[in-house]
Design a protein around this ligand. Sequence first.
Ligand code: GLY
Length: 396
Amino acid sequence: MRSSEHGAPRRSTDVLVVGGGVIGLVTAWRAALRGLDVAVVDPEPGGGAARVAAGMLAAVTELHYGEETLLGLNLASAARYPAFVAELEEASGLDVGYRACGTLAVALDADDRAHLRELHALQTRCGLSSEWLTGRECRRLEPMLAPGVRGGLRVDGDHQVDPRRLAAALLTACERAGVVFHRALAERLAVAGDRARGVVLRDGTELAAERTVLAAGSLSGRLAGVPPSALPPVRPVKGQVLRLRIPAAYAPFLSRTVRAVVRGSHVYLVPRENGELVVGATSEELGWDTTVTAGGVYELLRDAHELVPGLTELPLTETLAGLRPGSPDNAPLLGPSALPGLLLATGHYRNGVLLTPVTGDVMAEVLTTGVLPDEARPFSPRRFPTALPVRQEQPA
Ligand code: GLY
């Protein structure tokens, strides 16, 4: 037993999760289901990058050269999604908007087409299922596509989920599983005897824990008190995203996610069953800046309009920017850090929503048994021997 600053006894929890975005929440929920005593510290649990994210589960269409190891984890998580959603919806009583709708990646000009052909070859080498379609076949699937579409890749295995609903369901599931929420900002990590012991809040309150999990997205790289050897080398990568509404008279506007590389920039359109259409996303190395800019909105609308000209008729309902937690190899950091008692679940970059189920399973396993599952070994934080410098300015 420990004492709070008011003299009342303060019991140390088994696990304190710093960060209440989808990664922190799934870690807390899964750990609580394993019988651990869990708390989460976050001023606004259920927020974070998932409030902005489109929620594509795009292991195949977002494959990149050099990310074949990450692909294995992405596919493992994608395969878990249906059962994960069923369990979460049962536990929370909430619908998370999971849609097994597939994805169509299209090309508008010869360069885009060559790029897509390369992606198709890479997918084939990796044993992934995707089908090359002519422009006419693409338009037969999605009649709203521009007449100039030159070809595309049909990937029926890349689905979607609504990240805001996912976060809300995880929050409820956590509460029902007995997770305690501290709606406050963790000011610094508490370290004693060369071991993490929880965190100290801005008002000096100490939240004691046997193990602390740093799952604060891009902010994970800047928690005070974490020794440099354990500090995750994550950085913020800005993404601007738009939300439009598809009036009932226009439905079905698109029946699946449609994406493209237009003059080198990625653009995607994610249609939800509730009529929302998410258009994303910029990718900007601008530190902690979350300004929505005229240029960002213009480029997204320009590229989306080239793909689907009828989009300009739709009401624009929201513009938002979020921060992806980028890591040096674009893959997450999962498991024990160099500091005893401190574990990491961060650096998920473009794949936080996709990797939510597998992250929950991996973190619950390592928190319960002390052993990192085989599937997560390539993603141990120890692959980065010393932290790279991160920007130290205050986030906006
Ligand atoms: N995975 C989509 C994005 O990061 O924009």
